[in-house]
Design a protein around this ligand. Sequence first.
Ligand code: TXA
Ligand code: MG
Length: 351
Amino acid sequence: MINTLILKITGDKEDEEKIEQAAQELRRGGLVAFPTETVYGLGGNGLDPHVVDKIYKAKGRPSDNPMILHISSREEIDPLVSEIPPIAEKIMSAFWPGPLTFIFNKSSIVPEKVTGGLNTVAIRMPSHPLAKKLIEKSGMPIAAPSANLSGKPSPTKAKHVIQDLMGRVEIILKEKQSTIGLESTVLDITSPIPVILRPGGITYQQIKELIGKVEIDKGIMEDRKKDFKPKAPGMKYTHYAPNAPMTIIQGPRWKVIDKINEMADDYTAQGKHIGILAVQENLEYYSKGTIMSAGSRDKPESIAANLFDLLRQFDEEKVDVILAEGIEGQGIEMAIINRMNKAAGHKIIYV
Ligand code: TXA
Ligand code: MG
């Protein structure tokens, strides 16, 4: 057990010292959980295989699942990659710093431990001011998976990190809720046409508008096929899963509402405590169980920001099953659908 120190960042002048203390911890090979605009990260020296091992252990994560290296300025990429395709420069200047991770061919200084044995490396420059400052002060690329225990929803609030990682990391930097709430878009730029391996804060449309052609890794939006092998190793695990089994009900609005009510009646008759995840506009049509608002259908960003917290809240309510309304849409909705499908282990009922 590590004696975890929680440092609260409040916006006053003591913040500087706290960030310096966290940066020092990173320099001496310790682990620091910190906020980013997407989700909280669990950071350590990304060039030290021993530290990377400690991160895998702290998360309880399989070590074939590679990590993202976080940097604070454009120049820091150069030593980490073997080449930077011209198209990457264009995308970087448009969306960095921000919720976008690139897959590059790696250089020899990046340990295989970080990349899970792959010869590519994931790199992201976060826009969150605290994250940027911490990385800059530490003076090294910071390997940082999401700061949850493996299998749990990613943490969007400091309290989620505290729930999962107390006693497992040296420092937790406690700050506000992450604004985006879903992990970064992962974009593979090692092939002639870039491929989205994980949908996230920067959308397919945004990238397409900028560069004309972009593909989406097959299977991201589909139900899991038996032979589907995702290119981002992390996409194959059932993560984000709440304790209770979750089912998504997908289809036209009124059919979805009817089906959820019918299932709610059945489960309640069996003595089960159900949870319902619905958009704000539909809440009034449900009456059974613990009903939670995912946010307004007209503001998908708010749904993205709240999703992981809501999944954890269903755990706290100890519901036996979760019935979730499906969502449709081409923007940030793609990331929401992807995370919901994973949380549900791809259990979807089409009505
Ligand atoms: O928003 C985020 O990206 C957050 C914050 C903390 O920055 N981090 C995050 O890290 O979500 P993690 O480790 O939970 O997810 C990284 C994803 C995984 O799906 C992993 O398989 C994929 O990126 N990935 C990492 N390196 C890769 C590589 N070389 N090739 C393909 N996929 C890779
Ligand atoms: Mg993760």
